[in-house]
Design a protein around this ligand. Structure first.
Ligand code: ATR
Length: 267
């Protein structure tokens, strides 16, 4: 029986075990997917080799730090500066990042990306994955961030423009995407932008999926925008992980159903 897992701290609320176990079972792959709460990252990564874990998801706060501990990092993950997926090939560990691909696959379900403008809110690891994915897919990102220095650095790395967060209302774009953690449970009911700003964009996307309806999305919907939660991105980044680990096409509809049911039950 192969073992897969997620490493992070904390991982108690991770939905990856639920999603991946359902997918592995549906594919008939005899494997277990386990959440590991990491106390020592170097020892944990060595443990992947020692215990022959076949594939590992990486979550906060280790997505960047883990890169130096691997034997190789794929070019996209290196450009993003973060790894969310590790493949173990007979003790040789390679890092990938499927977050950008996950976002693009989800957006493609509802919109065209090539030639369209995307206002990307934030400049952390999630924003870097989003901007990388959008540029790869022919989209035109505009980075908006509270701290100008960080936003400018991200924009420069990917050849796009930067605007201060305070100027968000003046940015012309087909879609506004929040990549910051603002509005995520169990934080308070906050939005990264004043309520009158999202209404200026035809599409408003939040990569947060806990809760499914963030204040940001609720205010956007009330202003007449079409909205998308981070659930689809989460499912698609996991589907791409499964493809990398097993070569199989993941049952995305099933994965979405089980995760959505859990999120709705959790309120
Ligand atoms: P991750 O790697 O998950 O993207 P991160 O690297 O901590 O997380 O980045 C979080 C992003 O959310 C940053 O761009 C941060 O803005 P700053 O660069 O100004 O710190 C943004 N962010 C966090 N809290 C915010 C808030 N209250 N308002 C606006 N932006 C916020």
């Amino acid at each position: 029986m192969d073992v897969y897992g997620v490493i992070g701290n904390p991982v108690g609320h991770s939905l990856s075990p639920l999603m991946h176990q359902a997918a592995l079972d549906a594919l008939g792959i005899p494997a277990r997917y386990v959440a590991f709460c990491v106390q020592n990252l170097t020892a944990a990564v060595q443990g992947i080799r020692g215990l022959n874990l076949r594939g590992v998801s990486v979550t906060l706060p280790f997505k960047t730090e883990v890169m130096d501990l691997l034997d190789g990092v794929e070019a996209g993950a290196r450009a993003i500066g973060a790894v969310n997926t590790i493949v173990n090939d007979h003790g040789r560990l390679t890092g990938f990042n499927t977050d950008g691909t996950g976002l693009i696959r989800d957006l493609r379900e509802v919109m065209d990306i090539e030639g369209r403008r995307f206002a990307v809110l934030g400049a952390g690891g999630a924003a870097r994955a989003a901007v990388f994915g959008l540029v790869q897919a022919g989209g035109i990102p505009v980075v908006l961030n509270r701290t100008a220095r960080k936003g400018e650095a991200l924009a420069a790395d990917f050849g796009c423009t930067f605007r201060p967060l305070a100027e968000a209302a003046g940015v012309e774009a087909d879609c506004l995407i929040n990549t910051t953690p603002v509005g995520m449970a169990p934080g308070d009911d906050r939005s990264p932008l004043p309520a009158d700003v999202p209404g200026r964009f035809p599409w408003v996307v939040d990569i947060v999926y806990t809760p499914l309806r963030t204040r940001f999305l609720r205010e956007a919907a009330a202003a007449g925008c079409r909205t998308r939660s981070g659930l689809g991105m989460f499912i698609h980044q996991g589907a791409e992980q499964l493809r990398i680990w097993t070569g199989r096409t993941a049952p995305v509809d099933l994965m979405r159903r089980v995760v959505e049911a859990r999120l709705i039950k959790a309120g």
